[in-house]
Each structure stands twice: as structure tokens, then as C-alpha cells.
Design a protein around this ligand. Sequence first.
Ligand code: ATP
Length: 307
Amino acid sequence: MKQTTEAAYAKINLCLDVTARRPDGYHEIDGVMQSVTLCDALTVTFAPSSRTEVALYAEGNPQMPADRRNLAVRAAERFLAAANMGGEVHIGLQKRIPMAAGLAGGSTDAAAVLRALNRLTGFPLTAGELGAVGLGLGADVPFCIAGGSRRTRGIGELLEPCPLLPPCHLVIARRGEGVSTPWAYARLDELYHSFAADAVRPSSGLPGLLEALGRQSLDGVCGRLYNVFEPVVEECLPDVALLRGGLLSGGALAARMSGSGPAVYGVFRTEAEASDSCRALRELGAEAYICCPQATEIPIHSYAVHN
Ligand code: ATP
């Protein structure tokens, strides 16, 4: 029997644009994802066996499913099938990342299980193969396997490394329930005529963001954070705008929504400002956390995952 522990880092979107709607209904994205130190903690135990059995012991959030609906369980099953082996897997999962918030909480747990099992079983899968198993579980999983800062394209399977968000302190906050991600995509389809070639859309300013990341200019990056979902989600969730306003009035250089929300993040130069803002948001009834940018898990250059 072998055991390992793994941190599963949340992600924020420094830039999130939707660029196309494919004939199969999937949307293509282009942007930059960044891992942050806010994380779940996993302990994964593996014992070789002729049959496959996966058990999850979860704590931290009673709303999280602890059966096969949990992506961590499905990740273990898919890993063993892809590596063509049986085994008994026990996963201890301490949930800290707010759920259904746009922070890739389930995806990062799945990614951590894939990394852990690959290590425990002697690396039977290459990084590309691990990414392919991840992509079958969710579009954000390939990024979460690699972590750090990555330009992410396609439906999430084309990853290129980027310079990290320059050193800073982040406050991540959420209040209330979010919208469903399919609803958010449908709203964009309505606004931008299903991304037809002649549809007029705002520019994400991604080249400017990439250039500012390259110069490691925190001010430059903060002036160019973008999320195509933010205006449509704010239309029906006033809390998103309220928390962004709270972050900015607390001294954040910028504040944006992550993914399709409802979590928002603010970027601060000092820890003292971040912790004052965090306290103020909690007084408004928000769940709020302080964290920092997190470096990569896998120092690979680029990879494309194919199903
Ligand atoms: P993304 O940013 O990738 O769209 P999210 O952060 O918005 O994801 P999650 O935290 O992954 O959302 O939760 C979405 C749903 O997935 C939850 O409502 C929950 O029922 C289910 N789920 C399955 N496994 C997990 C897990 N390990 N952690 C959290 N949620 C999980």
C-alpha cells in the first residue's frame, strides 16, 4: 500500500474570453488561468488489486457529494482504466475551496487525484495522456493538472506556459449562489449571435495582458484583467458587482469575477490591505479568503491534449 498527499489549488481567470461556438455545441475559449494558493488537501492511498474499488472520505463541506458524483472518485476510476490496472484507492479530501464558484474546485480535485495516482503507480501515463484523461472529466482539468499560469485555448486542452501573475496578495470572495455555466454560455450566444463570423464582440485585450505579464508589471496586468462573463452575470447577480466594488474601495488594484462566477477576486499590493479588505467583505456576509499566485505543478513547456 502506498500513500501520498497532494494540494489541489483553485484557479482564477486573469483573462477569459469565448471565441467560438463549435458545431458540436462546445465553446472555445482563449485566456489566461492562474493557480492560487487557496487549496483543497488530498491524501491518496493505492493498493494493487485485481478489482477496482474507490472510496472517498470527505470533510469540510457537507454539500459536496462523496460518491461517484464526486470528480475525485471519477478521476481515480478513469486513471485506473487508462493505465489498464486494478487497485484499491482511498481518497481523503479536505474541502476548502468554495464550491460551484468559478474556481475549478472539482476539476482541481480530479487533477490532484490523477497526479497522485500517476506518481504512486510509477508514472504509467505521460503528461499528455494524463491531460487526455483529465479532459474527459472536464474542460478545466488539463489546466489544473499543470497549474501555474497558462494561456488556455480550445475547450481547455491547448496549454502554453505564461509568466506568473507578479507577486501580490489576492482576496477571493463569494456571496450567494451563482448562475449555471450553461445559462451563462447561452446568454453569450444570444448576445453574440452564437459567435457567427460577423458578430461584433468586445476585445479581450489579451495581447496587452500577455505583454504586461512578460514585463512583470502588476499595474499593467491589473489594467488588463478581463472576463467576458462578468457583465452578463452581474446583470442578474448584484452581489458580484457589490463584492467587486468592496474590493476596489478596500484598495484593490483591480477586481474581476472568476469563471462564470459568482466568486470574485481582488489584487492587492500589500498583505495588510488584503487582510483589511477580507475582513470588511466577511462583515458584508461574504465568504472571503486571502491567497497568493501559485507556481506550476508540472514544468512542461506546452502541451495539447487529444481525446
Ligand atoms: P469550474 O470553475 O470548473 O466551472 P466550479 O468552481 O464553478 O467549477 P465546482 O466547485 O467544481 O464548480 O462544483 C461544481 C459542482 O460539481 C458542485 O455543485 C458539485 O456538486 C460537483 N462536484 C463534484 N466533485 C466535486 C468536488 N470534488 N469538489 C467540488 N464540487 C464537486
